[in-house]
Design a protein around this ligand. Structure first.
Ligand code: NAD
Length: 443
């Protein structure tokens, strides 16, 4: 056991919301410069405590300190927090004539409720919290019950540089999240998690017409076109699929490879998987860690067993390694196709199904035949062809020759059942505000 976190009561949630409401009265009126400085101060605090927070994150979440693990996650926290200070949402003048002036202002909403998952707990918390306070809102955050400790400590540290009540944390089971979505004092919910929960959040938030940003699940397809450079692309595809042991919303979850490259790509990916050290995250030689919880481990295991029962060829991994912890080996699965659970469902683990195709129109249709629409990628040496294929994919982001390459200034959000609204960039910042039009008759 790493530690214990409190289970908040309804009364304690009310207290947190009341504290955030009180703080909103002053925080929302602070000058822009003050709120931008707060973002930079948060970066300073994270920087000063990066070692402590990374270690706690590894112990609680399981991801390694090194590789694309905890230290990387802390780096992303700082990059995203700092970027908020550089974004602007200026007053927009729509009309300015001798007769009339029409302006659009952006106003903060009030108390934001942030509900986060267990896969990137600190980074996603920063994604929810910093744009909210940058725009003059105040926050109550509830981390996943699987990973409350890192968020509690991070909030405690950030509160050293914020006025009381601007940022509040509550911890507890899923029910606490539901209370937040029903709470009349909360004006917006930013939720990152599964589709199933996202639908409940949306229904429950209807009570006071809360604003919503929903970042939900994905089943990202990557399509490797004929003529692609297997040797150069395989390591990038591997990274895009196995980042955080596959426990990443925008990881490659289905890899479609043209018939002409199928075997070489399968072999290249299996070779990289076998050479990647998986182990205790505190061991600095580990590049991948375990699954975060038993529920996810069992799900991944069941999907691989189902694929095997349907004739899939396991190129590496494919069975639990045994021993302590939720370690599942890095697994590449060939000779599997659409209609198999491993391809159709979100595995959220270190298992990549590689699917053969021969016809471009058909593979695009297969990639789009999903309720999800988070992101996707196209891999080719011909960038014009790749861009044309990208435009036909039904998802919020399509990368060419990269995957999961997010950035603080580039908006990201899902279409279809992968969510609503966007995060990041000025477009993401705007989602923490309502528009107010001021229209003046000058005559
Ligand atoms: P989850 O939906 O089970 O839980 C997410 C959060 O919601 C947790 O804090 C949980 O306690 C809370 N919750 C549960 N029931 C609730 C309810 N009825 N009302 C309000 N809150 C409730 O998701 P998870 O298993 O923690 O995370 C994995 C999922 O998150 C995957 O599907 C993954 O793709 C998705 N995800 C999406 C993004 C994105 O940006 N699109 C990023 C990371 C993870």
């Amino acid at each position: 056991m790493v530690g214990r976190a409190p289970v908040a009561t309804r009364e304690q949630l009310d207290q947190a919301v009341a504290a955030a409401e009180r703080a909103f009265a002053t925080w929302s009126k602070e000058p822009e410069a003050r709120r931008k400085q707060a973002c930079l101060d948060i970066v300073g605090v994270l920087q000063a405590h990066a070692g402590e927070l990374s270690r706690l994150l590894t112990m609680e979440q399981g991801k390694p300190l090194k590789g694309m693990g905890s230290e990387f996650e802390l780096g992303a926290c700082m990059a995203w927090a700092g970027a908020q200070a550089s974004f602007e949402l200026p007053v927009k003048v729509l009309e300015d004539t001798p007769q009339s002036r029409v302006e659009i202002h952006r106003r903060p909403l009030g108390v934001e409720g942030s509900i986060t998952p267990w896969n990137w707990p600190l980074m996603i918390a920063i994604w929810h919290v910093v744009p909210a306070i940058r725009t003059g809102n105040t926050v109550v955050i509830k981390p996943s019950p699987y990973t409350p400790l890192g968020t509690l400590r991070m909030v405690e540290l950030i509160n050293e540089v914020l006025p009381p009540g601007v940022l509040n944390a509550v911890t507890g089971p899923d029910e606490l999240g539901q209370w937040m979505t029903e709470h009349p004092g909360i004006k917006k919910i930013v939720f990152t998690g599964s589709c199933a929960t996202g639908k409940k959040v949306m229904a429950s938030a209807a009570g006071n017409l809360k604003r919503l940003t929903l970042e939900l699940g994905g089943n990202d397809a990557a399509i490797v076109l004929p003529g692609a450079d297997v040797a150069a692309m395989a390591p990038k595809i591997f990274g895009g699929a196995f980042i955080n042991s596959g426990q990443t919303c925008a990881a490659i979850k289905r890899l479609y490879v043209h018939d002409s490259l199928y075997e070489p790509m399968c072999q290249a990916l299996a070779g990289i998987a076998q050479a990647t050290p998986v182990g205790n995250g505190l061991d600095e030689s580990s590049m991948m860690g375990p699954l975060q919880n038993r529920m996810q481990f069992d799900k991944v295991n069941a999907l691989v067993e189902d694929a095997k029962a349907h004739g899939a060829r396991i190129l590496c991994g494919g069975s639990p390694t045994g021993g302590q912890g939720n370690f599942y080996p890095l697994t590449v699965v060939a000779d599997v196709t659409d209609g198999t659970r491993l391809v159709d469902e979100e595995q959220f683990g270190p298992v990549l199904p590689v699917i053969r195709y021969s016809d471009l129109d058909e593979v695009i249709a297969r990639a789009n035949a999903s309720e999800f629409g988070l992101s996707g990628s196209v891999w080719s040496t011909d960038l014009t062809v790749a861009a044309a294929v990208a435009a036909r994919l039904e998802c919020g982001t399509v990368w060419v020759n990269k995957h999961a390459a997010i950035a603080p200034n580039v908006p990201m959000g899902g279409v279809k059942s992968s969510g609503m609204g966007v995060e990041f960039g000025e477009e993401g910042l705007a989602e923490y505000t309502d528009i107010q039009v001021i229209s003046i008759d000058k005559t």
